[in-house]
Design a protein around this ligand. Structure first.
Ligand code: FAD
Length: 331
């Protein structure tokens, strides 16, 4: 028989990890449930080597380092963590939430639930060439979790946003030569990221689009590139690796299909006071939430997490004292 948790947090991205820590700081019996094998959400899965500049107090922390810090914080007080546990439904049974997970009929019980499931499972936007599926992981890739594999290689990065510009900048000094190919003359990345790119030896080739990719017998890739404005102008570029950074799309949020009645709009789960769903003792934080002025930022979830945990505690135990300051603890 599964035990009863005070607070179950669904989704182990930065918002869920911090909420789980904060709930444990407030001495709750906490469960953190994550579908993937690793905690860290988008930060861990999509951009572990990218530097993040807008998390307060941690300038230039990489995604991976941030997750390590969050893990360390999460280990301070007892929290039960279940990874590789995908939630498939959420049902109310009186004052108890029943969390159904893949692979078992037995529900996990909680007095309050915080949804921190982000925007759903991420899928990279694919390169539109005929043989794309044959080339994937044979020179063409959408993720670059370990830059050292590109050491000494000729690498072309495709795209013009933050991910492409940052990745090209990071590859400079690792790869023998890095090219950044974009279909526009201007890059859409953060101004500071574009300035950092200017300081590197990355060769920018714009405005060009990839028409064909042919794999040679030695494994290298021959890219056929056409000039966006002057279609007659065709260039060939030979590289060892092609890293496509066209961004990501989501297949939708799992929670939309759960039994629980919630309000959604195009941006996500509609919440009041930044954290409250229409259901009692059910809260939401991070990228899943939608309210006027919401931004999909790590800092947003970090701000919502204590608010949701404190509201959950007040809901399940109105007599409990309010939040104190962690600095008053003598640890
Ligand atoms: C390329 C890129 C760069 C970015 N750069 C920055 C930046 O510089 N600064 C910044 O502030 N933000 C940045 N962001 C945005 C930031 O990563 C997100 O705002 C943040 O990760 C949201 O955290 P979250 O915990 O709400 O959701 P997520 O990080 O999406 O985590 C949600 C977690 O829930 C899990 N989950 C989903 N469904 C289920 C289910 N059914 N059962 C169990 N688990 C489930 C997922 O597996 C995932 O681990 C960037 C995003 C991208 C894609």
């Amino acid at each position: 028989m599964e035990e009863m948790y005070d607070i179950i947090i669904i989704g182990g991205g930065p918002a869920g990890m911090f909420a789980a820590f904060y709930a444990s700081l407030r001495n709750q019996k906490v469960l953190l449930v994550e579908a993937l094998a690793d905690l860290g959400g988008q930060v861990q899965t999509l951009y572990p080597d990218k530097k993040i500049w807008d998390v307060a107090g941690l300038p230039g922390v990489t995604g991976r380092e941030l997750v390590v810090h969050l893990q360390e914080q999460l280990g301070k007080f007892p929290v039960t963590v279940k990874t590789q546990t995908k939630v498939t439904d959420l049902v109310a049974d009186g004052e108890t939430w029943l969390v159904q997970v893949e692979g078992t009929d037995e529900a996990i019980k909680g007095r309050a639930v915080i949804l921190a499931t982000g925007k759903g499972a991420f899928e990279p936007r694919r390169l539109q060439v005929e043989n794309e599926s044959l080339l994937e992981n044979r020179g063409l890739a959408y993720f670059a979790p370990d830059l050292s594999v590109y050491r000494g290689k000729k690498v072309a990065v495709l795209g013009g946003g933050d991910a492409a510009v940052d990745l090209a900048t990071e590859l400079d000094g690792v790869a023998a030569q890095t090219y950044l190919l974009h279909r526009r003359d201007q890059f859409r990345a953060l101004e500071q990221a574009v300035l950092a790119l200017e300081q590197t030896g990355v060769v920018k080739k714009t405005p060009l689009k990839v028409d064909q990719v042919r794999q040679e017998s030695d494994g290298t890739l021959d890219l056929t590139l056409s000039h966006v404005k002057n279609k007659e102008e065709v260039i060939h570029l030979a590289v060892d690796n092609l890293l496509v950074q066209y961004g990501f799309s989501t297949k939708g949020m799992d929670a939309m299909h759960w039994s629980v009645d919630l309000d959604w709009d195009a941006a996500g789960l509609i919440v009041q006071d930044h954290i409250r769903t229409k259901q009692a003792r059910l809260f939401a934080i991070g990228d899943i939430t939608s309210y006027p002025g919401h931004s999909d930022l790590i800092a947003t979830g970090f701000g919502q997490a204590p608010a949701a945990v404190n509201a959950a505690i007040e809901a399940i135990n109105p007599a409990s004292a309010g939040p104190g300051h962690s600095s008053s603890l003598n640890l």
